[in-house]
Design a protein around this ligand. Structure first.
Ligand code: APR
Length: 280
């Protein structure tokens, strides 16, 4: 990507001191993690994600919902951060007051070099009891018969086992029981109809209120209250730069709209801001 829009966005980034990077599912699309509004695959084609991602769905069929999240969690385990994730880490490394706010429940920002993004919608890697909220251990990806995991080549995945795990089945899976109260363990994500974690939302609003640039990447900006975050920054006069291959409801508030995939546009943006920095 080149052109006047990129040059202008690069100028805004180079001038920033307290940027916010706000990301959605498109940030991880090039890592092979489907966006929320992408068609589901395999068994899950029969289900509308919005129907699976609710407390009512979990109450009605815990195994169906847990199985779906386990399929997603295994998919994320196999995924690797893309050049877009590394470009975000490069911005944070260059500008220490950068705040990364994500709607994503994958851990690709952390694996891409951003240790503590503000997580508005929780994480696939933080299960907890559905009754007493006690944090629960992550289920092992190895069926009991598989024996100890083999050492592997240091790829950026988790804890060693999964890239050699035989393909686990896709489908309903009974959630583990809470070690304390015995109730079913649930995924540590925010479901439709649930409130966002207040500490994360407060931190996001505070960062957006005090930022001097907001970079919004790979979000359809349809799901509130998360979608308010870029509006908070714009209302307080911060320039907003959007990275998305297609138009979104945010277009009108953006100083610059960069039409392209995050994995290509973000490294180009960092090079435009700091030509000497190598990224990607
Ligand atoms: N680079 C940048 N953007 C991309 C890419 C890419 N490679 N591929 C797709 N996109 C864009 C799409 O054009 C779309 O606008 O990413 C956006 C993804 O939109 P959604 O699937 O709606 O995801 P998101 O905006 O993160 O959804 C918000 O809704 O479903 C809930 O909790 C879920 O966090 C999620 C929230």
């Amino acid at each position: 990507m080149t052109g006047p829009e990129l040059a202008e966005a690069g100028r805004l980034l180079a001038a920033a001191r307290r940027p916010v990077v706000f990301t959605g599912a498109g940030m991880s699309a090039e890592s092979g993690v489907p966006t929320f509004r992408d068609a589901q695959t395999g068994l899950w084609q029969r289900y509308d994600p919005q129907e699976l991602a609710t407390p009512a769905a979990f109450r009605a069929d815990p195994a169906l919902v847990w199985g779906w999240y386990e399929t997603r969690r295994r998919g994320v385990r196999r995924a690797l951060p893309n050049p877009g994730h590394r470009a975000v880490a490069a911005i944070a490394a260059r500008l220490p007051d950068t705040v990364v706010i994500t709607q994503n429940v994958d851990d690709l920002h952390e694996r891409g070099g951003v240790p503590a993004p503000v997580r508005l919608h929780g994480s696939l890697f933080a299960p907890r009891c559905s009754a007493c909220a006690r944090p629960a251990p992550l289920p092992s990806d190895l069926p009991p018969s598989a024996g100890p995991p083999e050492p592997h080549d240091g790829a950026e995945s988790h804890g060693g086992a999964e890239s050699h795990a035989p393909e686990a089945h896709d489908g309903p899976l009974d959630p583990p029981a809470c070690a304390d109260c015995g109730a079913p363990v649930r995924p540590g994500v925010v479901w439709f109809g649930e409130a966002l974690p207040s500490a994360a939302l407060d931190a996001a609003v505070e960062a957006a209120s005090g930022c001097d640039l907001l970079l919004t990447v790979g979000t359809s900006a349809l799901v509130h209250p998360a979608a308010e975050i870029p509006l908070v920054a714009a209302r307080l006069g911060a320039p907003v730069v959007q990275v998305n291959p297609v138009p979104t409801p945010l277009d009108a508030i953006c100083a610059v709209n960069l039409r392209g995939p995050a994995g290509e546009v973000l490294p180009a943006l960092v090079r435009a801001a700091w030509p000497d920095d190598a990224v990607g």
